[in-house]
Unconditional design. Structure first.
Length: 277
């Protein structure tokens, strides 16, 4: 029989092993994508799959020759940063008002906003496409910035609302007694105390905007196409070029994976803040 100390050790190792197993399962598709990007098209579709092959960089060279990767990458950057900033500009004062000046239907409004995330994007494709077309904004980054901001606004609102609710109201009451206006409260008290929450919400929104593919493919072409449009361009009536798609996907995912790796602490904090009281 194991004693208490040995049981804790076994439990610790079993938990760690299970966590590594889950991590490997989740990471395997990304690893397979990277491996496929260094194969030829014949090697990519071979059966059984090749685990050992002669590495080639032809797919990456072809992508650079066929299309301007940096143009697509900068379009993704502009739309992601623009959509995130616009969402934060709307969400910060709105969440402040709902957190510190709640009304009878504040929670209902927040739930309604969150429910809009359940609407399938294809359900509003035709009206948004027609509005964009009539405004002469097809293949432009500006509609994407607006759409990305509105898509992520409910999530950012909920995150900031949770952060703002954790700020002691006594601090704001003391500021009001000293003559602080609503603008002063938001600018000099609420925002400095909530920079961690605002940064976490912004990071999450940036990642969601970067990974958005549906609207990027539907509303853009060569001029304002994002990396999602670059990946989709390697699907043709002749078939799907797996090696080239994998190379394009690797080049699209690499920046945001590295970014998420360095910001993982802030992301986890933002997603779990307020979950445990």
């Amino acid at each position: 029989m194991l004693n208490i100390s040995q049981r804790k050790t076994v439990k610790h190792w079993a938990t760690g092993l299970f966590a590594w197993l889950v991590a490997l399962i989740l990471f395997f598709p990304i690893l397979w994508m990277i491996m496929t990007s260094f194969k030829t098209e014949l090697q990519a579709i071979s059966q059984p799959p090749l685990l050992f092959w002669e590495t080639t960089f032809d797919n990456y060279i072809l992508i650079q020759e066929r299309s301007d990767y940096l143009k697509y990458a900068f379009n993704s950057l502009y739309t992601s940063v623009g959509g995130t900033l616009l969402a934060l500009i709307i969400a910060v004062p709105s969440a402040y008002a709902m957190a510190f000046f709640p009304g009878k239907y504040t929670k209902d409004i927040l739930l309604w906003m969150l429910s809009t995330k359940m609407l399938p994007a294809v359900g509003v494709l035709i009206p948004i496409y027609m509005i964009t077309q009539m405004g002469g904004l097809l293949d432009s980054i500006y509609p994407l910035i607006l759409i990305f901001a509105l898509m992520n606004l409910p999530i950012i609102m909920w995150m900031l609302f949770t952060y703002f609710k954790e700020i002691p109201k006594e601090i704001l009451e003391a500021a009001r007694m000293d003559g602080a206006t609503t603008r002063d409260e938001l600018r000099h008290i609420v925002m400095p105390l909530s920079w961690g929450g605002i940064a976490s919400a912004g990071l999450l929104s940036l990642i969601l905007c970067w990974n958005e593919a549906f609207w990027s493919i539907q509303l853009t072409a060569s001029d304002a196409g994002t990396l999602a449009a670059l990946i989709a361009s390697y699907s043709s009536p002749e078939g799907l070029f797996w090696a080239k798609v994998s190379a394009a996907s690797t080049m699209a995912c690499a920046p945001i994976i590295v970014f998420g790796w360095f910001c993982q602490k802030q992301l986890v904090q933002g997603l779990t803040f307020g979950a445990v009281k």
